[in-house]
Design a protein around this ligand. Sequence first.
Ligand code: GDP
Ligand code: MG
Length: 373
Amino acid sequence: PEYISVTNLASLLKVRVEDFVRKLEQLGFEEVQNDHILNAEHAGLVAQEYNFEPIVQADGTDGDLYPAPALSPEDYAELPQRPPVVTIMGHVDHGKTTILDYMRSTSVAAGEFGGITQHIGAFSVPLASGKKITFLDTPGHAAFETMRARGANVTDIVVLVVAADDSVMPQTVEAIKHAQSAQVPIIVAINKIDKPQADPERVKQDLARQGIEVEDFGGEVQTVNVSGKTGQGIPDLEEAITTLSEILDHRADPLSRVEGWVLEGTTKKSGKVATVLVRTGTLRQGDILVAGNTWTRVRSLHNEAGLVVKEVGPGMPVEVDGWREQPIAGDEALQAEDEQQAAQVTELRTEKIEREQMAKDMEAINEHRRLES
Ligand code: GDP
Ligand code: MG
């Protein structure tokens, strides 16, 4: 409904009308009567005061789950740190896969279990310091682009890989443009430093020509000499990432309702699964997630080593099973209260998509008719 009376909303929220009226007055509503009518927006805001997540149905068509509003700077500063989410970019053959594989193979999860990892589109590297870094390993950066198109940056930091024997190439320039337009800070990994032809100074000069102000030349962008082949410099790269993450002050609330991104969706023998990167909250078995027009009651959570994990906090990727339909990369995953709410939201979203498709079809038919006549 578009409007609701004070009495009805109080009964929905299971609070006494008198207490509810007092609350409304505290919130700034004036001369509240029991038959006072609230619009959907106000009712939603009041419901949130009682820790309800309202399904806003302002016009009767937009039943949906929404991400929590942004926190105030004071509240944000109280939250625990979370791992940074890093995307590796660079020219083909400059060593992106080699560097990722090196870091993956040295991660505890992979090491303890024979190094057999499965591709889930992201993985977490635990460091000696106890901190963690999450690397996205999504082909074609498809999810990255979809999410960016929606105005959200899933990536906190871009590691730009430049081969020391080849320097800046067309896809290096493209990656710089991507990172800059998304306003994601860059760390440069000058790779293949083990090669005799390696010339890191030339790389720095070529980067400066592309507007990348590297530290050595008085700028802010860190460069790290590495070899994905020998592992030389990789711990320095990891340290550069965690240091930058501390400066950027990446934090998240592990106790909030779960919000995340779908990085990949696939169908396996076990059914429809999706890699979800948790943005805030802690995801557990039995939780209910909605993504696009599908939902799941989480049967089990698996990490990149294929192992069952009990719970996953902010900044961490995990494979989630039990989806009704296959989720789509780039979709937002939001926790619902219960199966009923999840089913309702997905139904409304599906109807909305169908309505929009029908409107498009009608337009095409009308256009066709106009051209015919
Ligand atoms: P990508 O296209 O950026 O993912 O590049 P790859 O990781 O596939 O690497 C391309 C080639 O460079 C492969 O033959 C790698 O073995 C080689 N390579 C990658 N990193 C290094 C390195 O640090 N040193 C040397 N010598 N070769 C490397
Ligand atoms: Mg590759």
